[in-house]
Design a protein around this ligand. Structure first.
Ligand code: 5GP
Length: 118
């Protein structure tokens, strides 16, 4: 059972602005956007808390998240300008929801990243 916030969004128990869906992936707008476009892509049927928990036979799932983000970028018309995808793993990266998710950030020239505290 996926008792995380994102599990509840998958089951439509709490609302979200869903902008993408295929057989394996759900995409919805982040409630606190860090860029003009900020969409979260999550696996619908498989619950993996963090990247540390990803098994070899689940590797394709991450590919599906990336492909979903790229497809969304194409359909929304910002693929050529570019975008960033990010997956946070555990505390030091600021992961707050323990169901793996891919952040898609776009719509502006994004600042650099990765500095401690940045
Ligand atoms: P993390 O920090 O775990 O990498 O990403 C979790 C993301 O979920 C954050 O960017 C946060 O803004 C977003 N978030 C938290 N609560 C909600 C919510 O209730 N609805 C939506 N759509 N996003 C949420």
């Amino acid at each position: 059972m996926n008792d995380t916030l994102f599990g509840k969004i998958i089951r439509r128990e709490i609302p979200a602005t869903i902008v993408y869906e295929d057989d394996e992936v759900l995409g919805f707008k982040d409630i606190a956007p860090q860029a003009p476009v900020h969409v979260l892509f999550i696996p619908k049927a498989v619950h993996v808390p963090t990247l540390n928990d990803l098994k070899t036979d689940q590797a394709a799932l991450v590919g599906r998240l990336v492909l979903a983000a790229a497809e969304y970028a194409r359909t929304e018309g910002f693929a050529e300008n570019g975008y960033r995808v990010v997956m946070n793993c555990r505390e030091d990266a600021g992961q707050t929801v323990y169901h793996i998710h891919l952040h898609l950030l776009a719509g502006a020239t994004l600042g650099r990243f990765g500095a401690p505290g940045g």
